[in-house]
Design a protein around this ligand. Structure first.
Ligand SMILES: C[S@@+](CC[C@H](N)C(=O)[O-])C[C@H]1O[C@@H](n2cnc3c(N)ncnc32)[C@H](O)[C@@H]1O
Length: 185
């Protein structure tokens, strides 16, 4: 698993170390992500690794309740200012920590490949256990290897695809990223 100090360091060099707010690639990917949600509305959603809250802002109008977390506190200050909605809760928390209760949307965007195989397995178990019968889990991940990643996005997606508890309902693959949505099998 990527050392948590890596993310702390990234946010000391910049408020937006991955240029999420300025790179047109990210903006388009966020738009494709929300366009891929099979349902118009969700009751209770969880978005770990939310960073500065840009995808959170697009998810918020689709959710009655949205819990967004990041392992680093600093980007959550920006996220709270970006999404000042009372039904959206931001908290500092690290996967595999998981909210109690049923969820009907989990969004794992550009975070799975930072996790060790053991933590990815715990996250998958949390998804299968907590997802309601009409729920969806969305995975969006950079496909190429890089030094800080524990695996490729494609490898992390394959683990979810192999779960007997999940069934794929959306698959969108580009040269640089893979987006998949799963429901309950
Ligand atoms: C590449 S950014 C992606 C941000 C956002 N999800 C997106 O798609 O634009 C990865 C984020 O995940 C956070 N992160 C890394 N490991 C985490 C963990 N174990 N639990 C929660 N957040 C984590 C990092 O601090 C960082 O803000």
């Amino acid at each position: 698993m990527t050392d948590p100090a890596y993310f702390e360091r990234m946010y000391t060099t910049s408020d937006d170390p991955w240029h999420l707010a300025t790179n047109p690639y990210e903006k388009r990917k966020y738009d494709v992500t929300v366009a891929s949600l099979p349902r118009e509305r969700y009751r209770r959603a969880f978005e770990p690794g939310c960073s500065i809250g840009l995808l959170t802002a697009l998810l918020a109008p689709r959710c009655d309740e949205l819990i967004a977390t990041d392992t680093v506190a600093e980007p959550l200050v920006t996220a709270r200012a970006t999404v000042p909605a009372s039904h959206v809760t931001f908290a500092q928390s690290s996967l595999p920590d998981w909210p109690d209760g049923e969820l009907d949307l989990v969004v794992l965007s550009e975070v799975l490949y930072f996790l060790s195989a053991d933590v990815r397995a715990q996250v998958l178990a949390h998804v299968v256990r907590s997802l309601g019968v009409d729920g969806h889990v969305v995975l969006v991940d950079w496909r190429h290897p890089f030094d800080e990643a524990a695996c490729t996005g494609d490898a992390a997606h394959a683990e979810f695809g192999a779960s007997p508890g999940l069934a794929r309902v959306v698959e969108h693959v580009e040269d640089d990223y893979r987006l998949e949505v799963f429901g309950r099998a």
